[in-house]
Design a protein around this ligand. Sequence first.
Ligand code: GDP
Ligand code: IMO
Ligand code: MG
Length: 507
Amino acid sequence: MLTLGGALRPSSDRPLGRWNARSPTSARDRSLYFVHFFPTLFGKDAVAMQPPVVCTPRDRSFTNPLSSIRYLKPGFMSVQIIVGAQWGDEGKGKIVDHLSKDVDIVARYQGGANAGHTVVIPTKGPNGVTSKEYVLHLIPSGIFHRHVTCVIGNGVVLDPVALMTEIEQLRGLGISIKGRLLISHNAHLIMPYHKLLDSIREQGENRIGTTGRGIGPAYIDKYTRTGIRVVDLMNREVLCRKLKQNIEEKNELLSKVYHSQVLDVDEIINEYQEFDKKIDEYVTDTSAYLNSALKKKKKILAEGAQGAFLDVDHGTYPFVTSSSPTSGGACTGLGIPPTAITSVIGVVKAYSTRVGNGPFPTEQLNETGERLRKVGGEYGATTGRPRRCGWLDVASLRYSIRVNGIEKIAITKLDVLDEFDEIRVCTGYKVNGRTMGNFPTDVQTLESVEPQYRVFKGWRTRTSDFRSYAKLPAPARKYVDAIGSMLETRIWMVSVGARRDQTLIVK
Ligand code: GDP
Ligand code: IMO
Ligand code: MG
């Protein structure tokens, strides 16, 4: 018998399911909203009577276009988005963990278990405090801070097997998940046939070099409107009908086109019903939850997976993932309004890496590339594949900053460059001897560009022991400052090691 659990019971059973019970707008919130939006109806004193709120022009107020008087939004909206500004693996996990100490909620908005976000936290052992490394694939990187609620948004494709493994691992480490993890009822599920199709397609000629986690096929089903969502687990009849339709269709494809094994419908139905019992307590309407949290002035961190150049719209298509890692994806992937976004932080590795196929203009297929891989430990956190390595590419980053609206940058892994005599940065591209104005996202052009490099002197000093940006060796600061100037964007933080304490704020 399928459990209908505490989360989303059918309306006949409990009209106000958990997600409705948590539903945002209290009568007071609604009245405040009206008072602020229609002050003429209530008189200006009504606005003045509201609790004092600091009003800054950029993000906490809006202008009524009719009267050009500035009114306050109902409550502070505070959503920071963390995006990978390159090809993923920039160190987003570390930066999200760092920021989590000051936020209430961390919410993942896209991708799935293709992500591998590493967080290194101090642990007390018999020999004093040591560091332990954790790799998260689905659960947001705020989970190591007890006060943080973690949300898996509707934009994520959820692999039950990966999720349960991750929950069990965290429990085993003594990290409490209960009441701290919320999963969107609208998130799509990754099915065994998605993984199978992903791996079969990757055996063909036009390989992307995917992680094999079923991401592409799951998003295909989402957009052809045949996908199965978490909410479908709640109704046995619906689940069986949808699964049968899907599996019959996939079995045709598997046997007739790919000449592969077919799948057993009943086995999958049983497996997913078991999963329903396990995740029931976490499922809710996360969009309603997040919007309610915004009204309560909670601080939200939206955690992107992958990176800008892997974005299905803005990346190096077709060598991309199947979701929207850029900042725009946060609103659709979480069900929050664009007006709630207060800042976008881009995570940039001090050099470049890429996993999988596709153009990579500054790739170093030589000793330099091998050295970056070795010193930087550049092996995939999800698949263990060696990452392709090369110099930092400011020409591509300008584009990333534009499509993401990045206002602040966190530079990671500066310490990996410590022992280099000279460090190169690509400042622009030439094609057939002509300088390119814009970053080309079409693969053919990008594969033929000649990167133009600016050379920096290395600092030949171990930076991972420094605890102040101002005290870093002058050539290291020169490198970081030059990146900020070339990108015309503030460098807010520099990371000189994987640990929490190896984080320098640039004043
Ligand atoms: P993510 O996917 O963006 O979260 O990044 P990954 O976790 O896949 O890869 C980043 C790797 O670099 C992880 O092994 C981190 O522990 C490590 N890392 C993060 N910041 C630094 C840093 O400043 N220096 C060094 N040496 N390693 C770092
Ligand atoms: P995080 O969040 C780096 C790459 C794959 C492949 C392409 C498509 O840890 O930064 P997919 O399995 O998504 O269909 O593969 O995207 N890729 C990543 N590369 N970091 C990631 O995640 C990645 N997730 C996917 O290598 O080239
Ligand atoms: Mg990663």
